[in-house]
Ligand binder design. Structure first.
Ligand SMILES: [Zn+2]
Ligand SMILES: [Zn+2]
Length: 184
């Protein structure tokens, strides 16, 4: 049976990891497995920006995918970027297997506000569902409440709900069924 992997890189707190695994287990009807790496992928680091290229982290993870891996969400505490964007909350392979999200800018402390564990977990679950949605072929949704709405600031994330809209959900479920039967 195919599994969804949660891979953490660096320092990710236990309650964040466990909360995400529980959310994914409820929605995905798959076994959710956990892997941890303490080491940051040096190849993905850009010293001039003190950030990591999201795409290069994904490329690194591609090399060691397990046979039963249907999708993988990688959670890291480092700040992510792309060659053309100053930062990203996450990135995914559209119709692929791997997505990565960062907790860095999801933490209240990033905005000089008091730490809020519940809010961090909620934001992480939203961004993880968003990026994994891309892995299942979903594109951005025009509904501001939908978790597939494109977020480029933290208010957009907080304004979204923690799930797919009906249209995205139907698409997602259909694609999950196809993956399960190897039709994709
Ligand atoms: Zn997106
Ligand atoms: Zn939607």
């Amino acid at each position: 049976m195919s599994s969804v992997y949660v891979q953490t890189i660096g320092s990710v707190q236990d309650y964040v990891r466990d909360g995400l695994i529980s959310t994914l287990s409820d929605l995905f009807q798959r076994q959710v497995k956990y892997l941890h790496t303490a080491d940051y992928p040096l190849l993905a680091f850009e010293p001039k920006r003190n950030q990591y290229y999201a795409r290069k982290i994904i490329e690194t993870l591609m090399r060691d995918l397990r046979d039963d891996c249907e999708k993988m969400i990688c959670v890291t505490d480092v700040d992510l970027c792309t060659p053309i964007l100053t930062f990203v909350y996450g990135e995914a392979q559209l119709d692929g297997k791997i997505a990565v999200v960062s907790t860095n800018r999801l933490k209240q402390e990033f905005y000089s506000l008091p730490r809020n564990d519940r809010l961090l977990l909620q934001r992480l679950c939203k961004e993880s569902l968003h990026e994994l949605g891309h892995c299942y072929g979903l594109v951005h949704c025009s509904r501001k409440q939908c978790v597939m709405y494109f977020s480029n600031n933290i208010l957009n994330i907080d304004n979204k709900q923690s799930h797919y809209c009906i249209k995205c959900h139907d698409f997602f479920m259909d694609r999950m069924r196809k993956e399960e039967h190897g039709q994709k």
